[in-house]
Design a protein around this ligand. Structure first.
Ligand code: HEM
Length: 421
């Protein structure tokens, strides 16, 4: 069986230089030149990029057992411990079953009021004028995540949580993207900063868990739901350490991704004022279509990496054990066979169901995002409230440049102008 076609790249570095220069442009180009299955090297690591919905289904759904999470869990474990994002196998499955009910629509509906109030408080402090909406949305989703996860009773501890979470997030990003993994035990300045932040977060999380367990406080937040969760078969609950790992995971997985979705939506709306009117008139259904379309063009999780556990065949090509298999959400969402005029912002596409496995902002299969409904609910509450208060205008000049870090960011932020509506 033949190897997938692709760029040869540099003899030693492979395609690293090209990818570093403009990763998203590189993926789009090699898809155009070589097709739906493309092989290349990043340094010594063999990579196969997948862009076709059938291959998304192959790797994430039909043969998910052949593909693991590779080196990612080890890099994030110092921060996240053994939470849903970093665990695998039996342990992951048990935790996923245990936590799933907390993320069902009915459970989440109980959080809607809390989120709505949090958004209102935040927007009441937002002024007219030019803003970096990417920063604004990070602040907003930080406030929402802290409230929704830990509840309203952070009290004096609140001041410690925000900054510590920001450090944990920034350092996790750095660890994931770094070429080498420096063990947390080595006292580099970055590691010391991270250790302090983790210490502060641990204190807060363990204190709140203790308060709930001893009945000194109660809440409708996710932490409460997780404390109350029981294994269907054994009746077992999570211990404090596991609760801490899961809460930290939910925070890190949910905060920056949701902020990114909202920020790119605001960018698109700034350039499409008519759409803002339709959303004001069309209510939640229209807002949902615009949000879905924004996540098609700017998927916060712009790619889904896996590592081949065994030799496999995809689309007639050999994929060797150990290959980094990269589902390119960015390219799948622009595949011309499934998305006519792919670069056009057109929320009406989502009047119908999208083509199967061609729309994967939350992944697919067993490891699909557990927080998808939460993210949709939060984003819809936030964008509706924002459009009620403000009109979003474009700031002429350079368009924001997508920057694919762990989550899709914009290189120099996303500047828009807000006026009261
Ligand atoms: C727009 C916002 C979001 C996007 C685009 C997003 C995207 C994703 C994607 C693509 C995956 C699958 C990763 C893979 O298969 O390797 C994932 C997993 C995950 N997400 Fe999200 N996510 C979002 C919001 C959230 C929120 C709000 C939470 C928590 C409240 C969350 C928690 C998680 C967790 C725990 C996992 C791991 C699930 C598992 O492996 O069982 N996400 N997310």
């Amino acid at each position: 069986m033949k190897a997938p076609p692709g760029p040869r790249g540099h003899w030693l570095l492979g395609s690293l230089p090209e990818r570093r220069h403009d990763a998203l442009g590189f993926y789009e180009r090699i898809h155009r030149e070589y097709g739906d299955v493309v092989g290349f090297r990043l340094g010594t690591v063999p990579v196969v990029m997948l862009c076709h919905p059938d291959h998304v289904k192959h790797v994430l759904i039909d043969h998910a057992d052949r593909y693991g999470k590779g080196g990612m869990p080890a890099r994030l474990r110092p921060v996240l411990g053994n939470g849903l994002l970093t665990s695998e196998g039996e342990f992951w499955l048990r935790q996923r079953r245990l936590m799933q009910p907390a993320f069902h629509r009915e459970s989440l509906a109980r959080l809607a009021g809390l989120i709505g109030r949090c958004v209102e408080v935040h927007l009441a402090r937002t002024n007219e004028g030019e803003v970096d909406i990417a920063e604004e949305m990070l602040d907003l989703t930080l406030a929402v995540a802290s409230k929704a996860l830990f509840g309203a009773d952070l009290g004096e501890m609140a001041a410690d949580v925000g900054p510590a979470l920001e450090v944990a997030l920034a350092e996790s990003n750095r660890r994931l993207l770094a070429l080498f993994d420096v063990p947390l035990a080595i006292p580099t300045p970055a590691n010391l900063r991270l250790r302090r932040a983790i210490g502060a977060l641990d204190r807060v999380v363990f204190e709140i868990i203790e308060q709930r367990r001893t009945g000194r406080s109660s809440g409708t937040d996710l932490l409460t739901l997780l404390i109350e969760a029981r294994d269907e078969k054994t009746g077992a609950a999570m211990d404090d350490r596991q609760l801490r790992d899961e809460v930290m995971t939910l925070f890190l997985a949910g905060h920056e991704t949701t902020a990114s979705a909202l920020a790119w939506l605001c960018h698109l709306l700034a350039w499409h004022p008519d759409e803002q009117e339709w959303m004001r008139a069309g209510g939640e259904a229209r807002c949902q279509m615009a949000l879905q379309e924004a996540m098609r063009l700017y998927p916060p999780a712009w790619g889904i990496p896996r590592s081949a556990r065994v030799d496999d065949e995809i689309g007639g090509y050999a994929v060797r054990k150990g290959t980094l298999v990269f589902v390119s959400t960015w390219v799948v969402h622009r595949h011309p066979a499934f998305w006519p005029e792919p670069e056009k912002f057109d929320p009406d596409r989502f009047a119908e169901k999208p083509p199967r496995h061609a729309y994967i902002p939350f992944g697919a299969g067993q490891r699909t995002c557990i927080g998808g409904s939460f993210a949709m609910m939060e984003s819809l509450i936030a964008i509706s409230a924002l459009l009620k208060r403000f009109r979003i205008h474009a700031v002429p000049g350079r368009a924001p440049q997508p920057l694919p870090l762990v989550v899709l960011r914009a290189k120099d932020g996303i500047r828009v102008r807000l006026t009261r509506s």
